[in-house]
Design a protein around this ligand. Sequence first.
Ligand code: AQP
Length: 330
Amino acid sequence: MKDLVFSGIKPTSVPHLGNYIGAIKQWVDIQKNHRCLFSIVDLHAITVPQDPKEMRQNTLDIAATYLACGIDPARSTIYIQSEVAEHAELAWILGTVTKMGELERMTQFKDKSQKGGRERAGLGLFAYPALMAADILLYDTSAVPVGEDQMQHLELARVIARRFNQEFGETFVIPQALIQKHGSRIMSLQDADKKMSKSDESKSGTIMLDDDADAIRKKIMRAVTDTGGGVYFEPEKKPAVSNLMTIYHHLSGKTMKEIETLYEGKGYGDFKKDLAEIVVDYLGPIREKLETFRREPGELHKVLDAGRDKAKAMAEAKMELVRERVGLGR
Ligand code: AQP
């Protein structure tokens, strides 16, 4: 049987170019030789405050983006996390075998709770890794595509799965990381030390997948560069230009060497102008499809209904076993 892969995106806004290059684009390839579940993880999104109306729209936009980018519902299961209640149920049970000390060590919690202070951070944010473990373990997921930032959570999911298996008997598959391609972490166009993010306050650092051609051109032409000129891929010395080159490479298919040769003796202006057109041309068809789904969401709902039913059937079977192992119910 082929490996089962689970991954998801939080509906905290329309996805951005970082989500595309770092996740969705790779999923389109992964689905060719894996069974895949791609979720819209709204239960994760609410671990920080969301506007309910906006989140519902974002949820549909993420589903539409999956389809617009080439996730094939005939091969992969696309569904909304909260529509399969077993995620929350399993997260609660796994929470009982997860140690406070383990959760306290998670850097994402430390980062995200920094703003309002630890005392005011929600329990949901603290328990986020138990929910992520539930997402993965519920489906006997064997491979999880993760960026560096999620490695710590995946490691904890493995610890939780082993501990549960030891305590209650073999129940969960121990998931492996499916390490993503080198250089797939896209940084903000305004600050090459920060990753491109939906929640970045500076909107000009993030290219959203529904940005129109003008917005994309403006953001790229205003992107920060490094001192010293020259289009070279040197992430240590030239983080901003290297980030732009990473985008260029992923969307054009050209190697870093080819890009360097192409811009030998030319300035940042020429490079950025070409990059802007590459991004505009690449994202144009995705944005059009996204707009079509926004106008006519019928097909989208069909895909989400079918995905929910398929995911639910798998999750129910697993939860029956888990409840029996733990001794819940009659
Ligand atoms: N900048 C990025 N470069 C490469 N990959 C990225 N991902 C996110 N940002 C980048 C990948 O996208 C997937 C889903 O991300 P998510 O929305 O669930 O959470 P996130 O990583 O926290 O993304 P954001 O944009 O920073 O969201 P907010 O601002 O809401 O917290 C993951 O596979 C992630 O690696």
